[in-house]
Design a protein around this ligand. Structure first.
Ligand SMILES: NC(=O)c1ccc[n+]([C@@H]2O[C@H](COP(=O)([O-])OP(=O)(O)OC[C@H]3O[C@@H](n4cnc5c(N)ncnc54)[C@H](OP(=O)(O)O)[C@@H]3O)[C@@H](O)[C@H]2O)c1
Length: 277
């Protein structure tokens, strides 16, 4: 299987290359922003058209949630418009687009885990731009799989590394305890995307659409931080409410995603994020 991957230097883009390096049956052609700026429509159409790939995985995105509130144009250009360009390019070639989306499409007010067809109501620009990206892809009408995931760690800039860095020079760290979600390792997302790609390129595959995939168990950011820092005896983690840590963009209080559908269709079970720490 030959896969074109955008967002080469991102957490998931990097994890996809790591897996490809250990598999003979898989070739990943990973492109960074310089090689393919996904907001350049013609470049996207040309690149996918000449590539000899079986599927495209879009691991590129504008992921700066707070910055997006004031950099709206770039967030929509990357997360909405460019997602549509990739969908068009794939549809022209009749190959699947496998795209990544987010728990931030929800407002977090539901009491149970979110299912794929629950009402979307993003709280900020990042979530809105990702939701509109999903809608663009759907509107193009080609073959697509959208994987909504959450709380990604495994690259350089993420919550796990931030906690470890803070623990080096702070005896106490305050972490929000009233937002819950499923931390998800980039390696697990990459492995999951490849299982999906494998099935999606089968000629009779028909289960196109949106899927949820997050790590288990669900925890609060406070519980997540406590697990990350359990081997740092000199550091105390204190639970605080969201109101104690104001951010430009509001976050959903409940980011827990129901992963039954992906298990039924692809046989993928929720990975235990604690194994990846
Ligand atoms: N991080 C999370 O907690 C989280 C949670 C839920 C869902 N997701 C979704 O998961 C996916 C992967 O996230 P991630 O954490 O791996 O992201 P990431 O580490 O922030 O990587 C994103 C990559 O996209 C690239 N990119 C940005 N704009 C581009 C453009 N115009 N053209 C080409 N490349 C561009 C970036 O390149 P530069 O380095 O040049 O900027 C970066 O390498 C995204 O769709 C994200 O929305 C992430």
């Amino acid at each position: 299987m030959r896969i074109l991957v955008t967002g080469k230097d991102g957490q998931v883009g990097g994890a996809l290359q790591d897996i490809a390096a250990s598999r003979d049956d898989l070739e990943v052609i990973a492109l960074d922003r310089q090689a393919l700026d996904i907001t350049d429509k013609q470049a996207v159409l040309d690149c996918v058209a000449v590539s000899d790939c079986d599927a495209v995985i879009n691991a590129a995105a504008y992921t700066a949630v707070d910055k997006a509130e004031e950099d709206r144009e770039t967030a929509f250009a990357v997360n909405r418009d460019a997602s549509g360009f990739l969908a068009e390019a794939c549809a022209d070639k009749n190959i699947p687009l496998i795209h990544i989306s987010t728990d931030f499409v929800f407002d977090g007010r539901k009491s149970g885990a979110y299912q794929e067809d629950d009402l979307c109501a993003p709280l900020g620009i990042y979530g809105q731009s990702k939701l509109e990206g999903e809608q663009r892809i759907n509107r193009v009408g080609g073959k697509y799989l959208i994987l909504r995931t959450a709380w990604v760690f495994g690259g350089k800039a993420n919550f796990v590394n931030t906690m470890k860095r803070l623990a080096k020079d702070r005896p106490e760290i305050s972490v929000v305890a009233d937002q819950r979600g499923g931390p998800t390792a980039a390696q697990d997302i990459a492995a999951c995307l490849l299982v999906m790609a494998d099935k999606a390129i089968e000629p009779d595959f028909a289960d196109w659409g949106i899927y949820h995939y997050v790590g288990a168990p669900s925890v609060s950011w406070y519980e997540f931080a406590s697990e990350i820092l359990k081997d740092y005896p000199g550091v105390t983690v204190n639970p605080i409410p969201t109101s104690g840590y104001p951010t430009p963009a509001a976050r959903p209080a409940n980011s827990v995603l129901d992963c039954t559908k992906i298990q039924t269709v692809f046989g993928l079970t929720q990975p235990d994020w604690r194994q990846r720490l």
